[in-house]
Design a protein around this ligand. Structure first.
Ligand code: C2O
Length: 585
């Protein structure tokens, strides 16, 4: 049969950098009411193991969440990384081989799975840029007039009424995210993953493009443009009103009840019911858009390549914050994984997701057009194919590099004030400057030994070059970061501020940025499973050093402040090293 393709290839959180455990290391608990599945006769003595239970006739896996601890074994790594050479762009996965997601959070089930309604023999056509479509302007959702609100409501109502096996239906649109992010597809032996790498921005741009085009076609209005959640301005920091009207198709009940308007997005504490501090949010956005994000890698995330053997996942500043935090803040604590928005497999079920991503996309647009930054021009990224169903139910193949210029897709963003850009740096500089601490009392964080981030930790970091050349950016590299796949993990990064705590505001000259993750699940692949993700994180620090007046220092202190304190006892965050490198813009 023909193999049509869908979506983008990507790399699993697993493989080269991850910790995998063979399933034949038998777990010690039974599966009440289910068939206990045993694999071989493993004899390794691991202190604790997760149990793998087979659930029902469909063979879906169910993991018993009572088994909470994870061995730090590195078993399996070599099995999964063997023999790779010659990096290249990922090919598209075979749509006909889509499976039930292998990377779901505990307790999560996806009725009917996440696969698209692919028909045997179906093939993808190459995307053609629209030629006769009007230029559309995506507008801020909180400023939308009655006409736009009613258009969107009408279009989404129609989308929700489409037969469930229509690839344009709302159910299928939501599944797109689940399949690409939770292990529905494989390319070779790699699990497709569109987060934590350079695929994040282009994949989601194309995704929003088709979602928007389907809505426009349903109401026969080519001027329809997806509104964006303007969380980067004080007036737009709450959930936009059009999404909180219970009678509207834009409503979703699975949102945090204490994060309803007028409560503002709180980037400092996504689970608190307190309204976010506007200045702190601006400083956070500024750090992830400007001071920390001066290169393509810093903003977009790491390169990953097919056949590379040792890809290291690393989310860019765009993905880390506010993106991840916005997800977490929006979903409800009433659900085990803060579904809908709080988990990747379910996020696409909430209409708010698409408007959140419209602003994430706008951040990219601003990073290019207003801030003048250049995207990756690497063919391995630009030639990467993604496949989507378009507004005519046609399977279409697009390339990551073809969406860089939104005007070719016939849309731009409403031109608005950018208070975080105007005020971000001065807000940070106006914060408390603490005297330079003695560095001699702190250790260096180098080498492979895992350090447990159960509370704030400070390390001395040497600067390889005190006067980086023109056009160079000084980058802080935190490597070997290992987090529990099931939970939200985050730490803030401060420079020369060993006393920093979870309540130290972002509008501090010492604040550099944040590492964040959204909980996924337990990854299962064949006979292996993984409960943690290993990745790295990079953030630009040149401007922060300048603001602190320490450009001539030989070494700095870096303090990592873990945020998810509640989870840290059972799900520690560890990392191996912190170093500095100078990179060209
Ligand atoms: Cu695919 Cu907001 O994530």
């Amino acid at each position: 049969m023909e193999s049509a393709m869908i979506a983008s290839p990507r790399f699993s959180h697993a493989r080269s950098t991850n910790q995998w455990l063979p399933l034949d290391l038998k777990p010690q608990v039974l599966c009440p009411g289910k068939v206990r599945k045993t694999h071989g006769s493993g004899t390794k003595n691991l202190a604790s193991m997760r149990v793998r239970c087979e659930n029902r006739e469909d063979g879906r896996l169910e993991i018993d969440r009572r088994q909470l601890l994870l061995s730090s074994s590195t078993l399996g790594v070599s099995v999964l990384t063997s023999g790779k050479a010659m990096a290249m762009p990922y090919p598209a996965p075979d749509l006909s081989k889509c499976t039930y997601p292998t990377d779901l959070p505990t307790c999560a089930t996806v009725e009917g799975g996440c696969c698209p309604p692919f028909k045997e023999g179906e093939t993808a056509v190459d995307f053609k840029f629209p030629t006769s479509m009007p230029m559309r302007t995506r507008k801020a959702a909180h400023l939308a007039d009655a006409e736009l609100i009613s258009k969107y409501d009408k279009a989404l109502t129609l989308m929700k009424k489409l037969p469930l096996d229509d690839p344009r239906s709302f159910l299928q649109q939501g599944r797109v995210h689940c399949a690409y992010c939770n292990g529905g597809y494989k390319v070779g032996s790699d699990t497709v993953q569109v987060h934590k790498s350079w695929f994040f921005a282009p994949f989601h741009r194309w995704y929003m493009y088709f979602y928007e085009r389907i809505l426009a076609t349903l109401i026969e209005d080519d001027t329809f443009a997806l509104p964006f959640w303007n969380w980067d301005t004080e007036e737009g920091m709450s959930i936009p009103p059009m999404f909180t009207n219970k009678c509207s198709s834009l409503y979703d009940n699975n949102r945090d009840p204490c994060h309803q308007p007028p409560i503002r997005l709180n980037l400092a504490d996504v689970t608190s019911c307190d309204s976010g501090d506007v200045s702190a949010n601006y400083a956070n956005i500024y750090s992830h858009m400007v001071s920390g994000a001066g290169t393509a890698e810093l903003f977009h995330g790491a390169a990953i390549r097919y056949n590379a053997g040792t890809n290291t996942l690393s989310a860019g500043a765009l993905e880390s914050s506010p993106h991840n935090l916005g997800h977490r803040w929006s979903g409800t604590p009433g659900n085990p994984n803060r579904e809908d928005m709080g988990s990747l497999y379910s996020a696409g079920k909430d209409p708010l997701f698409y408007t959140h991503h419209s602003n994430v996309d706008r951040m990219w647009y601003l990073w290019n057009n207003t801030l003048g930054n250049k995207n990756y021009d690497d063919k391995d990224l630009m030639e990467t194919p993604f496949l989507f169903y378009d507004e005519n139910k046609q399977l279409v193949k697009v390339k990551a590099g073809d969406c860089y210029d939104t005007t070719k897709l016939r849309y731009i963003y409403q031109d608005l004030e950018l208070p975080w850009l105007k005020q971000g740096r001065s807000l940070k500089k106006a914060g408390k400057l603490i005297p330079k601490p003695k560095t001699s009392t702190f250790e260096k964080a180098v080498g492979d030994k895992a350090k447990n981030l159960s509370s704030p930790l400070t390390f001395k970091v040497e600067r390889p070059n005190k006067s980086p050349g023109k056009g160079q950016v000084e980058v802080l590299k935190i490597e070997g970061v290992e987090t529990d796949r099931k939970v939200f993990s985050a730490f803030e990064i401060f420079i020369n501020y060993p006393e920093a705590t979870t309540t130290t505001p972002f509008n501090s000259p010492h604040y550099a940025g944040a590492f964040t993750t959204i909980g996924h699940g337990i990854m299962t692949e064949g006979s292996m499973m993984s409960t943690t993700t290993k990745e790295s994180f990079k953030i630009g620090i040149s401007e922060t050093l300048e603001d602190l007046g320490i450009q001539n220092d030989d070494e700095i202190l870096v303090t990592l402040v873990p945020k998810s304190s509640k989870d840290l006892a059972t799900s520690p965050i560890t990392f191996t090293s912190i170093t500095i490198e100078n990179v060209s813009k």
